[in-house]
Design a protein around this ligand. Structure first.
Ligand code: UDP
Length: 229
């Protein structure tokens, strides 16, 4: 929120066009599916995810105030779950974690019963959406994400089937306030930007597996391997 405020001030002074990388988390644990930009959300303002959710919500509020009060040109992307090469291996995101675990022949860590859903967008599609948004005249928030929804359990099974059918899953407690479902309604992006994602999950996962194999073979990424002389 403070970073957004600082950047808004800078953009105002420079007369720059401002892009806010907002998030589907502004919808919280949504009570409607798919989520369109007109849905106002269901956010727990005191839970463990609250700083992120509410931080992005106030970032959006500040961004639109700068537009209203100062005439700043703003664009707001609500980014849904995105994955792709070069993500940090240990950042805890589900696609990275599952592929990393599968490559090491470890059980895939499914939180809860795995029935919660997400919709995963490949990074190249997301970047194309962000560029299209910046080139457009769209002054409303725009959902950017892949509308193909999949449960976490199904994601685990697909990665197991692709990489090693002998792998298992291990179940762990569901984090507090973990959203039950998340799927973007991307009609606004389709109409206003002429954008829709192109890379299916199977292909994106294949690209990410190839990248992670290379990444994990780099000695400096693995402290225990770095001592080999
Ligand atoms: N998740 C999981 N195992 C993991 C990491 C995540 O089952 O090792 C679940 C998590 O509980 C959530 C979903 O996968 O339901 C997506 O989690 P992620 O952190 O990737 O994104 P977000 O929760 O922000 O959508």
């Amino acid at each position: 929120m403070l970073g957004t405020l600082n950047m808004l001030g800078l953009a105002k002074r420079c007369g720059a066009r401002f892009l806010l990388a907002s998030t589907s988390e502004v919808y919280g644990d949504p009570l409607v599916s798919p989520q369109s930009e007109t849905y106002l959300g269901n956010v727990n303002c005191t839970g463990p995810r609250a700083c992120y959710d509410e931080g992005k919500r106030i970032a959006e509020a500040l961004t639109f105030d700068y537009h209203r009060v100062h005439g700043l040109e703003v664009r707001v992307a609500r980014i849904f779950n995105t994955y792709g090469p070069r993500m940090a291996i240990n950042d805890g995101r589900v696609v990275t974690s599952f592929i990393h675990q599968a490559l090491r022949s470890e059980p895939l860590t499914v939180y809860g019963d795995g029935s919660q859903t997400r919709s995963f967008c490949y990074v190249d599609d997301l970047v194309a959406g962000l560029l299209a948004l910046m080139d457009s005249g769209c002054l409303q928030p725009v959902n950017l994400g892949n509308p193909v929804e999949i449960s976490v359990a199904e994601l685990a099974q697909r990665i197991i089937a692709r990489l090693n059918p002998h792998l298992t899953v291990s179940h762990h407690p569901l984090p507090v306030d973990d959203p039950r479902q998340r799927r973007p309604d991307i009609s606004r992006a389709e109409h206003e930007l002429g954008w829709m994602p192109k890379v299916p999950l199977e292909e994106g996962v294949a690209r990410m597996v190839a990248a992670l194999r290379v990444q994990e073979a780099i000695p400096s990424a693995e402290p225990e391997m770095a001592v080999v002389t």
